[in-house]
Design a protein. Structure first.
Length: 335
């Protein structure tokens, strides 16, 4: 019998009420979550993607027991996030990043010592755990330095160490690489991949589609408080299947050749041509782009073909389509 999901979210809703005006007070209700449901399996790296205000952080805060839901049920490790707060907090860790949550005027080691005390870790366990984590996140040599001297990337690594102090079985990472330079972001992704390899269940929110594709077994795309799609990144590519593009580069071309290629996918595709380093690059966009390769090769026989490839739609294509409407694999504008 397979193990039950580590995280079970069922019909979760949460709204915020804000009041405006000094004389005539009015109130505005924002529906942050509108009945979302999903599961996260044991040891899975699960991504929650969506634009600002979509409901990602609200979801993570509810899962972390930091925010109460309006309705629906959430169970983590079999524990209810409303009724079993104390027991659940012993087994989860979370990272919200940024400068909040760390004390800049004291050292990295003293920050971790303080938070270990809050977790109630015995002194001997705390001392050993802190040194192990500082080594793991690459801060052993800077452990005695004040956090206010750290770069943003170093602070994020310290946040990860803090989230792991209680050796959690479930870890929530809310945009862990936001604002980092490419090198710092790559370092953090390496740390996250290592955490998943240890068998921890990780829920990651991010704005970076390439990051989600690299790290996550499954993702959910959330928009306006609702889940628009959920599944493995590669399977979600089918939601933008019409954005497959057959790219053909030739030393030269003719109107007749272009017309013939365009006719291959006249029902569901479109074609455009651009100049690239003195060559002609033909883009044939069609949901049948892969099927058209063999037929295109016949048409291209005898022509000076430099390269031929099929470009698949990316998770970013799917994301843009779901949160803004149909994506355009746009050809160069005319005129």
């Amino acid at each position: 019998m397979s193990a039950p999901p580590t995280v079970q979210v069922n019909d979760l809703s949460r709204s915020y009420v804000t009041r405006q005006g000094l004389v005539r007070r009015t109130q505005r209700v924002t529906h942050a979550l509108q009945g979302i449901s999903f599961d996260v399996q044991p040891g899975e790296m699960f991504g929650l993607l969506g634009p600002n205000g979509a409901g990602k952080t609200t979801t993570v805060r509810i899962l972390s027991t930091l925010l109460l839901p309006d309705s629906g049920t959430v169970r983590v490790l079999g524990l209810d996030v409303v009724r079993d707060v104390k027991a659940l907090r012993r087994q989860i860790g979370f990272l919200f990043g940024g400068d909040r949550g760390l004390y800049g005027r004291v050292s990295a080691r003293d920050n971790l010592r303080y938070f270990a005390n809050l977790h109630g870790l015995p002194t001997a366990v705390s001392r050993r755990r802190i040194e192990e984590l500082l080594e793991m996140v690459g801060l052993r040599d800077r452990a005695g330095d004040k956090v206010q001297t750290f770069s943003r990337g170093m602070k994020q690594r310290l946040h990860i160490a803090r989230a792991l102090l209680n050796d959690p079985r479930v870890l929530y990472l809310d945009e862990p690489t936001i604002g980092l330079d490419p090198v710092g972001a790559r370092d953090i992704r390496g740390l996250i991949a290592g955490l998943a390899a240890q068998g921890r269940t990780v829920l990651l929110t991010t704005h970076y589609m390439a990051e989600a594709e690299e790290l996550c077994q499954r993702v959910a795309i959330i928009n306006h408080g609702r889940i628009a799609a959920i599944g493995p990144p590669q399977e979600l590519h089918r939601l933008a299947a019409d954005l497959y593009v057959l790219e053909i580069e030739l030393a030269e071309t003719t109107p007749e050749l272009v017309s013939t290629l365009e006719g291959l996918a006249s029902d569901d595709g479109r074609l455009w041509v651009e100049q690239v380093n003195g060559n002609q690059r033909i883009h044939l966009q069609s949901a049948r782009a892969r099927e058209l390769v063999a037929r295109a090769l016949v048409v291209l026989s005898g022509h000076p073909v430099t390269s031929l490839s099929v470009r698949e739609p990316s998770l970013e294509d799917v994301y843009v389509r779901l949160v803004t409407g149909p994506a355009e694999g746009a050809p160069p504008s005319e005129g």
